[in-house]
Design a protein around this ligand. Structure first.
Ligand SMILES: [Zn+2]
Length: 583
């Protein structure tokens, strides 16, 4: 680690976890812990816990956990050093900067500045003689001059190196230009070329207001070139974690966000007064984007194109948004291929009506099921009833179940009683499946105790359980550490738990505070796992319970050691034998 341990200790001490978490989550005290709604996964009951005395957080739902630095990293999407910097700034501490980190941060700052300059350059080009066609094109597509300014739209000239030259003149090095992704490098001679040529340029701006990338739309029809071209991923641009237009839409008073496919759709919607439109960046919606959206709204209206690809994207996006705790509605555009075209054809009022009539996800899914079946055929009608009953049985509200049940019964020309019966059958089937799953979990406690992680495995479950208990106990009552002096980290069966124990032991021996929040080189997954051990522990915390665990760990360790000693003896005997026969 690049920061001195004493600095990290002070940083953690001066940033109480409940204060930092409290800036993002409303916490309520319950005994020694505080609880709130998890900021990392969507939920309606609070399973996110904070333990102020231990300095950690842990979510019993999604199993994320760690100390205050981990929280800062997760919630703001920061790297470790940037999270440390943010926490230091919060309490006015000076950061002893490591050269490597310092240079990386400086590099980022240079790239932000370079992108800002590039955006200015492109915008100026749009109003230069070179940009006449591009401006004509933009205005021809119905964009107003003021919306072009709002979005900072610009033009990349039809030239090989006008951006390269302009940025060099501003003092940016070729190395920085390469890092920015705004240029390509010639394979032949290493010369730099503008990546974007003869394109209308849309700056992609993050929620903090930094220009981090560009999307370029082709102006002339050219079948060999991509219609849209985005910046590649760079040190400052991760397309999975950003949304186009969110920097503006986050200020909306609309109470919801509109998620559309294209950059142009976002611009058109904003121009027509829908200042809550955003778009994912050329990918289908990611979990990271859904979580980002959930920071600004509880309601999203999905407005993807009416074609098959758009419908597929819609089906995929619904569960991702719901998982992030967002209520989803779906608007299906009719008589136009996308929102941009619709607005131009029918205007804002019509679109508003469309928006008000947008169906909730249940209606949308029912419609999607209905489209699969021909209700004139009896066989298909039965399948339709079963499939819709399955969907309706998942609805929590009895009112909803009745309303949709009636509607389906009518569509399938059966009585509501028949439909009701199907729904309750589907409900029982689901409950039975659920129960079976639960039984499986109850019956196999050992299996269930395997860490909920792909990379952490326990080889010796009996010892690992004792190791977990030791850690949980000393974290709760650090004084107990004095009673485990004889237990060595090498005796742990789990390398991760042994590593944590070793660090706690050496902190204890140096008279430092025992806290998970300051441990070194644990990744997110390991940190979450260890925080979980601490927060889930419910057994007694005392010396005799501790000694029982220590005994188990040592016995298991010795057993494994004895086995290998036996193997060695057997091997020696074998060698003796073979020597004997040779002699
Ligand atoms: Zn969670």
């Amino acid at each position: 680690m690049a920061f001195p341990q004493s600095f990290i200790d002070e940083l953690v001490a001066r940033n109480p976890i409940e204060d930092v978490v409290g800036q993002h989550v409303q916490l309520r005290r319950s005994g020694a812990n505080m609880f709130g709604l998890c900021p990392f996964h969507g939920e309606k009951t609070a399973s996110f816990s904070v333990a102020p005395d231990k300095g950690i957080y842990y979510c019993f739902g999604c199993h994320k956990g760690g100390g205050v630095i981990n929280f800062q990293m997760e919630v703001e999407g920061l790297s470790y050093p940037d999270a440390v910097r943010a926490l230091a700034k919060r309490v006015g501490m000076e950061v002893p900067e490591d050269e490597q980190y310092q240079s990386r941060y400086k590099q980022q700052e240079r790239l932000w500045a370079l992108h800002k300059e590039a955006a200015r350059f492109f915008h100026a080009q749009l109003y230069s003689p070179l940009g006449a066609n591009a401006l004509q094109y933009a205005l021809g597509r119905g964009m107003s001059k003021s919306i072009l300014t709002t979005f900072g739209v610009g033009y990349a000239p039809d030239s090989w190196d006008s951006l390269v030259k302009a940025m060099r003149a501003k003092g940016y090095t070729d190395e920085e230009l390469k890092e920015s992704g705004l240029v390509t490098v010639s394979q032949k001679n290493g010369n730099l070329f503008d990546r974007f040529r003869d394109r209308l340029m849309f700056p992609i701006i993050d929620v903090r207001g930094n220009v981090i990338a560009f999307g370029g739309r082709i102006i002339k029809k050219d079948d060999n070139a991509a219609k849209y071209l985005n910046s590649p991923e760079t040190l400052i641009f991760n397309k999975r974690k950003n949304l186009f237009g969110l920097n503006l839409a986050k200020k909306t008073k609309a109470g919801s966000l509109l998620l559309v496919e294209g950059t142009i759709d976002v611009v058109a919607l904003h121009q027509y007064g829908f200042d809550n439109a955003v778009a994912s960046l050329g990918t289908s919606l990611t979990e990271e984007q859904a979580v980002l959206l959930s920071r600004y709204t509880e309601n999203v209206v999905l407005i993807y194109d009416g074609d098959e690809a758009g419908q597929r994207a819609t089906r995929r996006a619904i569960p991702i948004l719901e998982k992030a705790g967002i209520g989803v509605k779906v608007l299906q555009i009719k008589d136009a291929k996308d929102p941009d075209e619709f607005l131009k054809k029918y205007g804002a009022d019509k679109f508003k009506m469309l928006l008000e009539g947008s169906s909730n996800r249940v209606e949308y899914q029912l419609n999607a099921i209905a489209r699969k079946f021909d209700l004139k055929e009896d066989e298909q009608r039965i399948k339709f009833i079963q499939e819709t009953a399955e969907l309706i049985s998942t609805l929590g509200s009895p009112v909803q179940r009745e309303v949709y049940g009636h509607r389906i019964a009518e569509a399938a020309s059966v009585s509501y009683d028949v439909m009701k019966l199907e729904i309750s059958k589907a409900f029982k089937r689901r409950m039975a499946r659920e129960k079976k799953r639960q039984e499986k979990i109850d019956l196999a406690p050992a299996q269930n105790l395997q860490p909920k992680s792909r990379t952490i495995r326990y080889d010796n479950m009996k010892s690992a359980m004792a190791e977990e208990t030791v850690l949980a106990m000393v974290l709760k009552d650090p004084g107990l550490m004095a009673q485990t002096k004889q237990l060595r980290p090498e005796e742990f069966s789990s390398p991760l738990l042994g590593k944590v124990y070793g660090q706690l032991q050496s902190r204890y021996n140096s008279g430092l505070e025992l806290s998970l929040a300051v441990l070194e080189d644990l990744n997110h997954e390991e940190m979450s796992h260890v925080a979980g051990i601490s927060q889930r522990h419910q057994g007694p915390v005392n010396e005799s319970a501790l000694q029982d665990c220590v005994k188990t760990i040592r016995a298991e360790h010795q057993a494994s050691g004895v086995a290998s000693a036996d193997d060695l003896l057997a091997l020696r005997d074998k060698l003796k034998e073979s020597k004997g026969t040779k002699a």
